[in-house]
Design a protein around this ligand. Structure first.
Ligand SMILES: CC(C)(COP(=O)(O)OP(=O)(O)OC[C@H]1O[C@@H](n2cnc3c(N)ncnc32)[C@H](O)[C@@H]1OP(=O)(O)O)[C@@H](O)C(=O)NCCC(=O)NCCS
Length: 184
């Protein structure tokens, strides 16, 4: 088990095959998929495929989404982190910041906290020059998080029939903004 980040309450580690039940609880929930194309999964086999897909990215791209675990209970909360995104924008690939949590963990600041840690990892450990992110224009909470942790709105774009906001943050801007100050 490879742990990448630890905070007071969260352990952020590689997704493992044994997370299939957690991924199933996460990705079979229609509310979780409201702004993600409304296509939740239906079987544990699909959850296993999600894990394989992400774990292959660790090998192919050196990075992929990570599991968030509740340190107190060892419960699977969801995922966070960076992905080398090659399919969302037609003109370019980029390192994408994302988060997806089981509903019972919403509203506790976990997405914000883990996103701040993911930015820090991307800029400090991977030495990325820039990190991007996208959110459906109607997804108020996700847009709020991205702005709050320092990402800058650049433009809107269309993806599979939805209009999305596109954001990015350069390392030079992040160093000035210090988003860790946001989360106290
Ligand atoms: C989007 C998501 C990750 C947010 O996670 P979260 O841990 O609940 O977010 P946070 O607790 O960090 O909240 C961020 C901000 O939104 C606010 N917020 C959270 N839920 C809210 C709600 N239902 N209504 C209004 N505001 C809300 C919080 O109060 C917080 O604002 P603050 O910083 O002013 O206090 C979570 O809802 C989720 O997993 N959704 C499904 C997957 C998804 O849509 N991922 C994003 C795709 S772009």
């Amino acid at each position: 088990m490879k742990v990448h980040i630890e905070t007071e309450r969260l352990l952020i580690r590689d997704l493992e095959e044994y997370d299939a039940k957690g991924i199933f609880q996460l990705d079979s929930d229609p509310d979780v998929h409201e702004f993600l194309g409304k296509n939740p999964i239906n079987t544990i086999d699909e959850a296993k495929q999600v894990i394989d897909f992400i774990r292959n990215q660790y090998v192919d791209n050196g990075i992929g989404r990570w599991a968030i675990i509740d340190k107190k209970t060892d419960d699977f909360i969801g995922w966070t982190g960076l992905k080398y995104e090659q399919g969302l924008r037609v003109d370019f690939s980029y390192y994408d910041l994302g988060y997806r949590l089981r509903k019972k963990y919403w509203g506790k600041g976990i997405a914000t906290e883990s996103a701040i840690q993911s930015l820090k990892y991307g800029f400090e450990k991977l030495d990325l020059k820039e990190i991007g992110a996208a959110a459906d224009v109607d997804h108020l909470v996700s847009n709020k998080i991205l702005k709050k942790i320092g990402l800058k709105f650049i433009e809107t774009f269309k993806f599979e029939g939805s209009t999305c906001n596109w954001y990015n943050l350069k390392k030079s801007e992040w160093l000035k903004f210090k988003p860790t100050d946001v989360y106290k």
